[in-house]
Design a protein around this ligand. Sequence first.
Ligand code: SAH
Ligand code: SF4
Ligand code: F3S
Length: 484
Amino acid sequence: MNDTDIEIENQKQYIEKVKKINKEKNLTYTILTMGCQLNENDSEKISGMIEQMGYTKTNEPKQADLNILNTCCVRENAEERLFGKLGELKNIKEEKGTIIAIGGCMMQEKHITNKIKESYPFVDIIFGTHTLHKLPENLYKAIEQKRKQEDIIDIDGKVYEGLPIKRESNLKASVTIMNGCNNFCSYCIVPYVRGRERSREPRKIIEEVQDLAKKGYKEITLLGQNVNSYLRVEKEKNIKFEEYQGINSFATLLKAINKIEGIERIRFISPHPKDFTDDVIQAICECDKVCKLVHLPLQAGSTKVLKEMNRKYTKEQYLSLVKKMKEKIPNLTLSTDIIVGFPGETEEDFEETLDVVKKVGYEQVYMFIYSRRVGTPGDKMENQIPENIKHQRFERLKQLVENKIYENNQKYIGTTQTILVEGKSKNNDKTLTGRTDSNKVVIFEGNDDLIGKIISLEIVSEHMWYLKGEIKHGRIFTNDAKIS
Ligand code: SAH
Ligand code: SF4
Ligand code: F3S
């Protein structure tokens, strides 16, 4: 056993200890996930540990014996949201005496934990991104010793395997393939709060996906801040890893996962345009299960702004990558992330962003107003853009994106799409919902036994954020599901 395995065994003993204390108490917990999909995946691990310790999930913080907040700090509004929540929890704490635990990225920021300790002293446990696996120990100590626990380390955490996990869905699962980030884009806090890039061992990823396939999962999303540099640091620094099933790069990982029986769809986020090598493009083409929707974060269209952002590609390089991908990958669709109002962004720079949006024709654009983050180079830049200009640019971009998406959606009408049926619609239990390869929501009428199947249907209309589909009788389903 190596160090990390020993540590996990140690935590499993704490799980047993807390479970014993909680026996027959019917305790409940809530968890609020405030960040990205990696943060969601962490919440699933937290829930896995907590449920083994005898807590059942509820949606009602007022009734819960344990309230957990899993924080994000990528933009400023996350802070307002956290302190708002803490205000609510204070009353619950006073009335009922719930345990309050806060974890996640924001806890790696010293000024935030200081503020919590000063202004919200009723918080019981604070843990960071590198100490998530120690929640059983921290919870045990908080209960047994009635002492507040602060467990945050700055050094890069190791990769811990074998934590229990309680997943949100039984069809679609996220699998983290790497932690941290080495890119230091000048606006971004993530490298400071998630530490340096480190990849999971190929064997561990394959075993996790095989296990998911056995449990009936159909769709896997591979997660990381920079997935297409999977194992790069390890190779550069001669850090030993086992080349399991020939996996020594992101492309070879995709190919190996593509072979796992039972998995029908593979997605991944986020790749970095600078690392989009030809072998990855080739792997996307070759692997039938890899969805042809690629999330390709642009951030800005102006080469000057991209340089200031430390993105390491120019507008032209980005556009030629898109061109190459469109030529090589049949049925390719693209989505992206864009920031408006980065320091020094002029009207001309902003128009370059609009230009790329027009040229590429994205399926989906996630738009953000630049938010200053303490400790990043962007925060120290002098030429910050006034709030009103940032907002005006955001609105202009949003308008363009909405027009383009409307235009793009028209192309779906009359086409046949392959969708993974996910369940009943939220607001209407007579209809089902699923997603296309390009991740568009499709609503249609059909039998419940289609849930979990990949089916083909015809798109009959578009409604901005979803499409309507119809099952045409006699069509063959791809996943053994035949129409009765
Ligand atoms: N690693 C991923 C995404 C990380 S954060 C990637 O590189 O694509 C998700 C998105 O949040 C980023 O793509 C960026 O568009 C946005 N973002 C990050 N920092 C931001 C900031 N300071 N202000 C506004 N948006 C930001
Ligand atoms: Fe942040 Fe850039 Fe790393 Fe993405 S690649 S997490 S934007 S520093
Ligand atoms: Fe994700 Fe937010 Fe952390 S975007 S990595 S939860 S700062």
